[in-house]
Write a protein that binds this ligand. Structure first.
Ligand code: 9MR
Ligand code: ZN
Length: 552
């Protein structure tokens, strides 16, 4: 049958898992909806639409919501309203989220630096080795000469490598594995290490961790970043010539390094104790340096020296990073000194009152302590943490209820990388759910995933190569330069950015544009359409969780 695709029914384009909640939204004025089987045209579900908002503050739309959770018959369907408006076709099934999960994880392989991507693993996205000259000390370090620092992941749409942002990215992947090992043990992703008996998610993180080790100085300190002085032209990585530099030592980078290496040690020691021990030793050396720095290094936080314009990941407060480092080392070693550092400082700026991001990792510290398996962890603190996480998640539900699309963002929250905020909120909701079984948290987390896969005002899956309609022009140098029309799959773009931090956004929108609409699939819009490892990591967490979730 011939279907008219109407852009006004907003569904999760990657499909609905049969045993989970099923929600869509529409801005069409209607009172009820049908779920129609694609092949037969038979209606399998009739439901009422619920008016969520006649003027949703985030989108300016009148939004209605449809819920067909109880339809759990596997098949292909579309939604129909007013007997003629129809949605994209979608699937209800058992394994509908797996493709998204595997693509989002594989995207880290496509970000690898300093290695050739072979046809067997990368298919048409094969490419030559890049950045073999990594790297020379920048004069701002006060050092000169070369330090071997090949490998790791390109940070985002650019080819730089930044410890701080890599830190939260690697840690989020490790956290998924550490807390839900059976959900994240896939070893068949077709990366070079697949089939080696070690989960691919750990193999992929190890690729990054090996680069981390090269960024450490003999003092124990860790250098902030490895980039060019200017962002690269839109060429393939192997064509990107010119000097790449290692920049100053940083206490925030050192603390994030410690957290990742301590965490990696914990999950990797059962696979390769020698390498895991190297990681722990490096983390402790780093801590020894860090604990001798009484204030943030460099003073005021890292800033680009004159003549350098690549990313800054600016942060003038390293107390959350230090807290996180201590929590991870405590969990790795059980040592009293790390326990005391965490317990003395854990409430300095409150418990769970913010969602983690590259700049603020406090919640990651708290999660680690809350999930501690150490006998000497304090049960009273853990009870406080669990209650605080629960109440923070309730505040996220308040945001969900105030948003026409059930997303944990309200006007003001749509800043650069908003999609990652949505997914990191999803991570917190899932972690709280795993402690208290509050089904509202599980459902809210699923709504966050649905939002990025198409239940949004753009009727767009924000992840390349997924769903019916997804970004074709991400700000991602390899995707643009490779001569292949489809971008590299599995990459989530930053998403709506009401602060219009690039000229393309400024050209198309203004401060009267509803916040959630400030997004454009344009390669020039680096502030809404770039991709980044720290945005992909919580996507792996949330999609992997739901893909493998066993409902009892
Ligand atoms: O993700 C970062 C975002 O939170 C900041 O607002 C923005 C401006 O400082 O920088 C983003 O990070 C970029 C980094 O500096 C360089 N690589 C690309 C990153 C994603 O846009
Ligand atoms: Zn590279």
């Amino acid at each position: 049958i011939c279907i008219k695709i109407n852009a006004q029914i907003f569904i999760n384009q990657t499909g609905y898992k049969n045993d989970l909640q099923k929600i869509f939204y529409t801005n069409i004025s209607a009172t009820n909806f049908e779920v129609v089987e694609s092949e037969t045209g038979n209606t399998f579900y009739n439901g009422n639409l619920q008016l969520i908002s006649s003027n949703d503050p985030a989108t300016g739309m009148a939004i209605r919501k449809g819920d067909f959770t109880s339809l759990n018959r596997n098949g292909n369907y579309f939604i129909r309203l007013n007997s003629s408006d129809t949605s994209y076709h979608f699937t209800i099934g058992e394994n509908v989220i797996e493709d998204l999960y595997l693509k989002s994880l594989k995207s880290f392989y496509f970000q690898r630096c300093g290695t050739q991507l072979l046809y067997t693993h990368a298919g048409q996205y094969q490419r030559n080795i890049c950045h073999t000259g990594d790297a020379f000390f920048h004069s701002s370090t006060g050092q000169s000469g070369f330090k071997y620092s090949r490998g790791g992941w390109h940070d985002a749409g650019d080819y730089g490598k930044y410890i701080v942002n890599a830190g939260i990215s690697a840690a989020t992947l490790l956290m998924a594995y550490e807390y839900f090992p059976s959900y994240f043990s896939y070893d068949n992703l077709n990366i070079p290490e697949s089939g080696n008996g070690i989960p691919d998610i750990l193999d992929e993180v190890k690729y990054e961790v090996q680069w981390f080790l090269t960024m450490q100085d003999t003092s124990g300190a860790v250098f902030f970043k490895l980039t060019k002085e200017q962002f690269e032209p839109f060429v393939m990585p192997s064509q990107d010539s010119g000097m790449r530099y290692i920049y100053e030592k940083s206490s925030a980078a050192t603390a994030d390094f410690i957290a990742v290496l301590a965490r990696f040690y914990r999950v990797y020691k059962n696979y390769d104790s020698t390498f895991a021990n190297t990681c722990l030793t490096s983390a402790i050396n780093a801590w020894n340096w860090l604990s001798n720095q009484l204030t943030i290094v460099p003073a005021g936080g890292f800033h680009n020296p004159p003549g350098t314009y690549t990313g800054e990941y600016g942060d003038n407060n390293d107390s959350d990073e230090r807290l996180w480092a201590a929590a991870e080392l405590f969990e790795a070693t059980g040592d009293q000194s790390f326990k005391e550092y965490y317990e003395f400082n854990y409430n300095a700026s409150g418990l769970f009152n913010s969602t983690m991001n590259w700049q603020n990792v406090k919640s990651l510290a708290h999660i680690t302590y809350l999930y501690s398996n150490r006998q000497n962890s304090d049960p009273i603190i853990k009870t406080q943490l669990a209650a605080s996480l629960d109440s923070y998640c309730n505040s996220l539900l308040t945001k969900v209820n105030a948003n026409g699309f059930g997303v944990t963002l309200n006007p003001g929250d749509y800043y650069w990388g908003s999609n990652s905020q949505v997914l990191n909120n999803g991570v917190l909701l899932l972690l709280s759910y795993s402690k208290n079984n509050n089904i509202n948290f599980l459902n809210a987390a699923l709504e966050q995933l649905n939002y990025v896969t198409g239940s949004n005002a753009h009727n767009l899956s924000f992840i390349t190569g997924t769903g019916k309609k997804s970004p074709l022009h991400p700000h991602h140098r390899p995707s643009e330069a490779d001569g292949i029309s489809e971008p590299i799959p599995g990459l989530i773009v930053g998403g709506p950015n009401q602060y219009l931090n690039d000229p393309v956004l400024q050209q198309h929108f203004n401060q009267n544009t509803p916040p959630a609409l400030c997004y454009i699939d344009d390669v020039g819009s680096y502030a809404s359409n770039e991709i980044a490892i720290n945005w992909n990591a919580p996507l792996v967490f949330v999609s992997g969780y739901f893909s493998n979730l066993l409902i009892n």
